[in-house]
Design a protein around this ligand. Structure first.
Ligand SMILES: NC(=O)c1ccc[n+]([C@@H]2O[C@H](COP(=O)([O-])OP(=O)(O)OC[C@H]3O[C@@H](n4cnc5c(N)ncnc54)[C@H](OP(=O)(O)O)[C@@H]3O)[C@@H](O)[C@H]2O)c1
Length: 326
C-alpha cells in the first residue's frame, strides 16, 4: 500500500481509502452491520488506514459501525468524518427531506462544536483525524465556520481541517481564516469536472485532495450490467450513468480498456482506482465498499503504475466516449 502526506497536515494516508456511506444503508438499499464492521477491519488488515464516514450516512449508523470496528485499533486508522448536514433541528439552509428526516446544511460555529461531540461519541474516540465540512451552507459566513474548526483543532479534538463539495472561491475564503488541509470533491474517469478548477487550485496551495465516487458508484468495476436489479431505495438508479443507454456506452468503453488492466493482472475496479490516484494533485481515492472481499480487492488499486502510453490510450477512449446523455 502506498501512503501520501495529506496536504500540509501531518497525516499520512493510504492512496486507497475506505468510504463508509453505503454501510449506513440509507440510499443504498439497506446494510449488514456485521459485514460492514468486518469490511472496516479488513481495511486496516490490508493497509488501508484512511476511513471516511459522515454523521448523515445512515443517520449516525455509519459512524457507529466505524467506532465499533476500530475498538482496539484506533491508532492504526486515520478517521475522517464530516459536519454540516443536520437532521435533528431546522437551522441553516434547507437541503432536502427523506426517510422522515428534514436535512439542513448548517456550518454555524455552535452547531459544528455540537456535531463534533456527537461524532466523537459515535466513533468511540477522543479525536477525529480529518474533520470536513460536508456541503457549503450559504446562510453562514465561512469565517465563522473556520473559527469553529480552528478551535476544535486547538483543543486537540480534530487534527486536520477539510471541506467537501466546495468551489474554488470557497476554498480561498477558508484559507483567509485558517489552515485548509484537504478537499473532498467527486472525481473519476467518467466525471472530471474538478480538473478545470478545484484540482489545480489545490495543487497550487498544497491542499490534499481525497476524491469520492472513484468507481462512479460501481459502474467502473464493469459489474453493473443493464439487467442488474437494485433495491427500491438505491438512489443509483436515478444517476445519469446508470441509465440503460449511458450504461451500455460505459460498458463498451470498459471493454476497450480492459486489456490494459489485464496486462497488469488487475481488474477494471483496480484500474479505475489506479487511474484516479495517478492524476496530479489527487492524494487518495475514497472507495466505497461494504463487504470485506470488496475492500481487499480495492486495496489492489494501490502500489502499481499505469505507463504514459496506457494513460494516453485511456485519455483518447474517454474523449471518444464523451459525457452521459441526460
Ligand atoms: N463528500 C460527499 O459529498 C460524498 C459523496 C459521495 C460519496 N462520498 C464518500 O466517498 C465514498 C465512495 O463513494 P461512493 O460510495 O459514492 O462510490 P464508489 O466508491 O465509486 O462506488 C462504491 C460502490 O462500488 C461497488 N464496489 C466497490 N468495490 C467493488 C468491488 N471490488 N467489486 C464490485 N463492486 C464494487 C459497491 O457497490 P455495491 O454496494 O452495489 O456492491 C460500492 O458500494 C463514500 O462511501 C463516501 O465515504 C462522499
Amino acid at each position: 500500500m502506498e501512503y501520501r502526506r495529506l496536504g500540509s497536515s501531518d497525516l499520512e494516508i493510504s492512496t486507497v481509502g475506505l468510504g463508509c456511506w453505503a454501510m449506513g444503508g440509507w440510499w443504498w438499499g439497506g446494510t449488514d452491520v456485521n459485514d460492514s464492521i468486518a469490511a472496516v477491519q479488513k481495511a486496516i488488515d490490508v493497509g488501508i488506514n484512511f476511513i471516511d464516514t459522515a454523521p448523515v450516512y445512515g443517520w449516525g449508523l455509519s459512524e457507529e459501525i466505524v467506532g465499533r470496528a476500530l475498538e482496539g485499533r484506533r491508532d492504526k486508522a486515520v478517521v475522517a468524518t464530516k459536519c454540516g448536514l443536520i437532521w435533528d433541528r431546522e437551522e441553516g439552509e434547507y437541503y432536502f427531506e427523506d426517510a422522515g428526516h428534514k436535512v439542513y446544511r448548517c456550518l454555524r460555529k455552535e452547531n459544528i462544536i455540537r456535531e463534533a461531540e456527537a461524532s466523537l461519541r459515535r466513533l468511540r474516540t477522543d479525536w477525529i483525524d480529518l474533520y470536513q465540512c460536508h456541503w457549503p451552507d450559504k446562510t453562514t459566513a465561512l469565517e465563522e465556520t473556520m473559527e469553529a474548526l480552528v478551535a476544535l483543532r486547538d483543543q486537540g479534538k480534530i487534527r486536520a481541517i477539510g471541506v467537501s463539495n466546495f468551489t474554488v472561491p470557497m476554498h480561498e475564503e477558508c484559507l483567509r481564516h485558517g489552515p485548509l488541509h484537504s478537499s473532498q470533491p467527486r472525481y473519476n474517469m467518467l466525471d472530471r469536472k474538478i480538473e478545470k478548477d478545484v484540482l489545480p487550485f489545490c495543487r497550487e496551495h498544497n491542499i490534499g485532495v481525497v476524491v469520492y465516487s472513484p468507481l462512479e458508484q460501481g459502474i467502473l468495476t464493469g459489474k453493473v450490467t443493464p439487467d442488474r436489479k437494485f433495491a427500491p431505495d438505491d438512489y443509483r438508479t436515478h444517476q445519469p450513468w446508470f441509465q440503460r443507454k449511458n450504461l451500455e456506452r460505459a460498458l463498451g468503453f470498459l471493454e476497450r480498456i480492459r486489456p490494459i488492466a489485464e496486462g497488469h493482472g488487475k481488474s477494471l475496479a483496480q484500474l479505475a482506482i489506479a487511474w484516479v490516484v495517478a492524476q496530479p494533485g489527487v492524494t487518495a481515492a475514497i472507495v466505497g465498499a461494504r463487504r470485506p472481499e470488496q475492500v481487499e480487492h480495492n486495496a489492489g488499486g494501490s502500489d502499481w503504475r499505469l505507463s504514459e502510453d496506457e494513460l494516453k490510450v485511456i485519455e483518447s477512449e474517454l474523449a471518444a466516449l464523451g459525457g452521459p446523455e441526460r
